[in-house]
Design a protein around this ligand. Structure first.
Ligand code: CTP
Ligand code: MG
Length: 224
């Protein structure tokens, strides 16, 4: 069994509104990508890490995180393109690749235990496994004019995080299917395969808007 991880970090971070791509924005003295890669390297079962960076920052990201277990490649216009670039690179590095994790650099404080729960589920035979947490708000489904068309039962809803884990051949098939999706697990669902949700963690928050950066800073300082 050979395990690899793709860390997607090629986004521009429009909603964060910083002067730099999000992966290079400082969080308590280190760029977000440095925190993210450090977290992945703490997971001993992960043999290779491919970081997918904005093409304009390849050299800078390589200087920051490149190394023995870490290769940096250029990403694409959409997250799916960046995942595909990461998968191609991982397959060159690990011809016997059997389990792949896809992780958002923006979720740079994800605890090791979350990675391990996802890995355990895929190694135990799941086609795909993703971390999720219960939602606290009531969620409404609305139509184009904002009118409520449904109220899903809250207890059945999960807000999902990364890393998303896949049997390597499942992720390959999902990407070969040509269906567009914002999330790789959705591609697997569209193949009719089961995706299981394992417990996520509040610390796996995705840094998206400036307030999230403050929340992450507080988490780091509290050591929580
Ligand atoms: N990502 C990527 N390639 C893209 C778009 C996104 O690798 N073309 C990555 C981001 O770097 C991030 C993760 O996917 O780690 C989740 O995306 P998101 O939080 O939306 O980040 P951005 O796309 O950078 O932010 P925004 O949507 O606000 O521009
Ligand atoms: Mg985005």
């Amino acid at each position: 069994m050979s395990t690899g991880t793709i860390v997607v970090a090629a986004g521009s971070g429009t909603r964060l509104g910083a002067q730099r791509p999000k992966a290079l924005v400082d969080l308590d003295g280190q760029p977000i990508i440095v925190h993210a890669v450090r977290g992945v390297l703490d997971v001993s079962a992960i043999e290779q890490v491919v970081v997918v960076a904005p093409s304009a920052c390849l050299e800078e990201v390589t200087d920051l995180v490149g190394g023995d277990r870490v290769t940096v490649v250029a990403g694409g216009a959409e997250r799916t393109d960046s995942v595909a670039a990461g998968l191609a690179a991982l397959e060159r590095l690990q011809p016997d690749l059997s389990v792949v994790l896809v992780h958002d650099a923006a979720r740079c404080l994800t605890p090791v235990a979350v990675f391990e729960r996802v890995l355990d589920a895929v190694e135990g035979g799941a086609a795909a496994a993703i971390p999720g947490v219960a939602v606290v708000d009531t969620i409404k489904v609305v139509d184009g004019s904002g009118r409520v068309v449904a109220t899903p039962e809250r207890s059945a809803l999960r807000a999902v995080q990364t890393p998303q884990g896949f049997a390597a051949d499942v992720l390959r098939r999902a990407h070969a299917s040509g269906v567009g999706a914002t999330d790789d697990a959705a591609l697997v669902e569209s193949l009719g395969l089961d995706v299981v949700v394992v417990p996520g963690d509040a610390r796996a928050l995705k840094i998206t808007v400036p307030e999230d950066l403050m929340t992450a800073r507080r988490m780091l300082r509290d050591g929580s």
